[in-house]
Design a protein around this ligand. Structure first.
Ligand code: SAH
Length: 248
């Protein structure tokens, strides 16, 4: 039997071709794989012969507690997150749960390609200069705090990547935020959205902020809002970094 070990593994955006070799190797060695069902489904055959523990969307604490219990019993346990495990994923929660333990388990974190990377590549090169990543979910962060951070990003002229942009029940925040960016950065601000980035069914949209189909944005989409230097070049989204590219 393995000595009990626990890994927080980011599986990338979904397509197995974007699963990092180290993540694949750790998954192959695992006795127990723990995660949200749709993410486990993305792994397909890779985990067929494993013990699998899955819970619903908001069962994160219980899910991580069962994972820790299994590891303490001697199993090699992998807790999967989509994208990167340390970006709105399970890595931090596992570390927090071990905070007051006399003999804390060592949580090993394996990085993955986060949605922002996969979406940026699909659109072109929008993250060539400074950018910010914001989650619009008000589940664990109070709405007022989310709005305060949005204002700071708008003011700093950072390219902005929005995670958890709009759910079925949270419909007011995204239009409000898009409006703030439009007022501050102008009608010709470039925006891109990518639904199912880096996995089957990837869909991109690219255009001016005033044309953004806000209502179509859902929870499997990321929204990238350009800054004053972001342009559409040959139908790709590009943030100019400042290189001199004039032809002689
Ligand atoms: N740990 C994940 C993020 C989890 S937060 C990561 O690093 O990517 C969940 C949000 O991430 C979703 O609501 C969506 O906005 C975004 N997301 C995750 N995977 C995505 C994908 N393949 N395509 C588009 N957006 C994605």
């Amino acid at each position: 039997m393995n000595q009990g070990r626990i890994f927080a593994v980011g599986i990338g955006p979904g397509g197995l071709d974007l699963l990092a070799p180290r993540a694949r190797e750790v998954l192959e060695r695992a006795d127990v794989v723990v995660g949200y069902r749709p993410y486990l489904d993305l792994l397909g055959d890779l985990i067929v012969d494993k013990e699998v523990i899955s819970t619903g969307m908001r069962g994160e604490v219980a899910r991580c507690q069962s994972a820790i219990a299994k590891a303490r019993q001697g199993s090699m346990v992998v807790v999967v997150s989509s994208g990167d495990a340390g970006i709105y994923g399970m890595a931090g929660l596992l570390l927090e749960l071990e905070e007051n333990e006399e003999e804390p388990l060592i949580v090993e974190v394996v990085p993955g390609i986060t949605a922002a990377n996969a979406a940026a590549a699909a659109l072109g090169a929008p993250l060539m200069n400074d950018f910010a990543v914001l989650s619009l979910s008000d589940w664990l962060t109070p709405l007022e705090e989310v709005k305060r951070r949005v204002k700071a990003v708008v003011a700093a002229d950072l390219v902005c990547v929005l995670y958890n942009p709009q759910s079925r029940s949270r419909r007011e925040l995204l239009p409000e935020i898009i409006n703030e960016f439009t007022l501050a950065r102008g009608n010709s601000t470039v925006v891109g959205t990518v639904r199912n980035a880096g996995r089957e069914g990837e869909e991109c949209w690219l255009g001016n902020i005033t044309e953004l189909p806000v209502a179509a944005v859902d929870m499997v989409t990321v929204v990238l809002i350009g800054n004053s230097r972001t342009a559409i070049i040959n139908n790709r989204m590009v943030t100019r970094r400042g290189y001199r590219v004039d032809k002689a």
